[in-house]
Design a binder for this molecule. Structure first.
Ligand code: PMP
Length: 323
């Protein structure tokens, strides 16, 4: 759909996948006025297709829109766009364990001009791609502590899901890969020695006494929907969940003393992934998570994936039927 000035969204259409035609001066190419979401569609046992908490993605998209001075998209239009695409692409929604159709809604500024200002013409799109099997027992991933690069700054766009944050994280990602790590963790730009989030996931620490700690939402961290769901599921299972500042020192001491027994990261793509070692330029913290990921991590993972795919009762009405 298109949006011009302060008007309404219009011109919604479903088109065959293919290249877009945009003016080379379209401001998205130059100033990165762009936001996106990530959400999955799941095939249920009865053949129907559901998605998970789309109202949360719609709300986050609109928060991102406010920060990037883009127009908001009403929640019903967001969900309807997904519904129409999934209806047409229903055959592409896989039915294997843990498989899904990944949906990528995004909004870009399309107006052609070269001065620096918010665009008056904007388009919203949704594309889709089948996502692989993340189910089963994943091995813990080692993560690289980025100290040379930040993905977010105080007052910046860290809380928004916009392309610029990911562009800023690419150099850190490469540095991590050069040091044998598939994932990068960033420090909190607000507070020295506190950690924030991974390149595309939020992070949780499980303590021996059952307490679970995750960095609080500081304004520079993404409001992960998986994070929010896990907090709820963990509390239901009797865990105390603390959302607060979490420092490298606490990580180091917690692992050394055995107080921290498991670490995991979470996001829409991989759901829950056990975290292994933390590697940095001048130190390393060993992995508290066993090769199997740990009991709390795997129980939360199984419950969340089970809910999304209909194997566990959807007690909170998180699944929304699309088709
Ligand atoms: N942090 C960042 C930087 C991310 O890109 C993502 C993935 N969207 C997350 C956290 C996890 O968010 P969600 O659970 O909503 O996918």
């Amino acid at each position: 759909g298109d949006h011009v000035d302060s008007g309404e969204w219009s011109n919604a259409q479903v088109l065959p996948y293919g290249p877009l035609s945009l003016d080379p001066a379209a401001s998205v190419f130059h100033y990165g006025q762009e936001i996106f979401e990530g959400i999955k569609a799941y095939r249920q046992a009865d053949g129907s297709i559901t998605t998970f908490r789309p109202e949360e993605n719609a709300a986050r998209l609109n928060k991102s829109a406010q920060r990037l001075v883009l127009p908001e998209l009403p929640e019903d239009l967001f969900t309807e766009a997904i519904r129409q695409l999934v209806s047409i692409d229903a055959d592409w929604v896989p039915s294997g364990d843990g498989e899904s159709l990944y949906l990528r809604p995004f909004m870009i500024s399309t107006e052609a001009f070269l001065g620096i200002r918010p665009a008056h013409e904007v388009s919203f799109f949704v594309i889709a791609s089948p996502a692989g099997n993340y189910f089963g027992t994943p091995k813990p991933v080692d993560i690289w502590l980025s100290t040379n690069y930040a993905r977010a700054g105080v007052g910046g766009t860290g809380e928004a899901k916009c392309g610029g944050n990911y562009a800023a994280s690419l150099a850190a990602q490469l540095e991590g890969e050069a040091n044998g790590c598939k994932q990068v963790i960033f420090k909190d730009p607000n507070r020295d020695d506190a950690i924030e989030e991974l390149g595309g996931m939020n992070v949780f620490f499980v303590f021996a006494d059952g307490k679970i700690v995750t960095p609080e939402l500081t304004g520079t961290i993404l409001r992960g929907i998986t994070r929010k769901s896990i907090i709820k599921l963990a509390q239901e299972r009797g865990h105390t969940v603390e959302e607060r500042r979490f420092t490298l020192e606490e990580w180091r001491q917690g692992v050394a003393s055995g107080e921290i027994t498991e670490i995991f990261a979470c996001g829409t793509a991989a759901v829950i992934t056990p975290v292994g070692k933390l590697k940095a330029a001048d130190f390393e913290i060993s992995s508290p998570s066993g090769e199997d990921g740990g009991a709390v991590t795997m129980a939360l993972r199984e419950e969340l994936v089970g809910m999304q795919t209909g194997k566990v009762e959807d007690r909170f009405g998180w699944n929304v039927k699309l088709v």
